[in-house]
Design a protein around this ligand. Structure first.
Ligand code: SAM
Length: 248
């Protein structure tokens, strides 16, 4: 690239308040944790304490390390609020296992992790909006998940259909909800039940918002938040999240 073209690009970027970041000259600066720059800092590759959580979750989850890392970051935020953690869509229990371990290490006594799934596969889906079919994810069971997710007083399992299974849960504020149910009706039902119970500053994170295998999930989120003060923030990982602006 000629020098004049480089400076033209730099000038154009500066109009937008951006700058060309020059790589440091070799030998002059050593970047801490250089192995995690790929090319940007990518801590989900196993940086620090996250490596332990990733190791716990990975054998039992469909959720990629970058999404696990986002979920863990949101858990660190939410654990400072008053409220329980919820996960809708547990499957083999990988993300639930990570959240249970995180709460065990960090949460005040009394903070619960509520886990919702049929534990026997997807319910009926709608072919106009969903790609998944009834019975997908049926290669799991409640007993198998209980074996790998710490089952102390903190973790409560709610096997059954969402939203019916929400009804037996005491009406307590929610600090973090991980919604990973993949289909239109289930995501919509989660929004409708969880959003009014979200604590001020509480987060609802949708694992499957941006995936072409889950178009119904995006449709449900977009429709639900239309006209709400919160605008869902769409992440490059495929997730989307909303932070409650007014207490429920
Ligand atoms: C993608 S999996 C969850 C993945 C999991 N979080 C992980 O760590 O791999 C989606 C789950 O949502 C559950 N699900 C979807 N709709 C549901 C509903 N209405 N009631 C109960 N479970 C539902 C399915 O049974 C399935 O186990």
């Amino acid at each position: 690239m000629s020098v004049s073209l480089t400076s033209a690009i730099a000038r154009t970027l500066s109009w937008f308040g951006l700058e060309v970041r020059k790589a440091p000259e070799a030998g002059k600066l050593s970047i801490p944790d250089a192995e995690f720059y790929a090319p940007l800092f990518s801590p989900w590759k196993g940086y620090g304490e996250f490596a332990e959580y990733r190791k716990l979750a990975q054998p039992y989850t469909l959720v990629s390390p970058d999404r696990l890392y986002v979920l863990l970051g949101l858990a660190r935020h939410a654990v400072q609020l008053q409220g329980d953690f919820w996960e809708c869509g547990v499957y083999k229990g990988g993300t639930a296992r990570m959240l249970a371990e995180f709460l065990g290490r960090n949460a005040r006594p009394g903070v619960k992790l509520h886990l919702f799934d049929t534990f026997s596969g997807m319910p009926e889906t709608e072919q106009e909006v969903d790609v998944h079919k009834k019975g997908d994810f049926s290669d799991t069971s409640l007993a198998a998940v209980k074996q790998i997710v710490a089952n102390g007083a903190r973790v409560e399992f709610h096997p059954g259909w969402i939203p019916e299974s929400f009804r037996d849960v005491p009406d307590r504020p929610i600090a973090l909800a991980h919604v990973d149910v993949d289909i239109y009706r289930s995501v919509w039902d989660c929004c409708q039940f969880i959003y009014p119970r979200l604590q001020l500053g509480g987060v609802i994170v949708f694992d499957d918002y941006g995936f072409p295998s889950c178009p119904g999930a995006r449709k449900a989120v977009d429709e639900y938040f239309e006209g709400k003060p919160e605008t869902p923030i769409i992440l490059g990982t495929g997730q989307a999240l909303a932070i409650r602006l007014a207490a429920g």
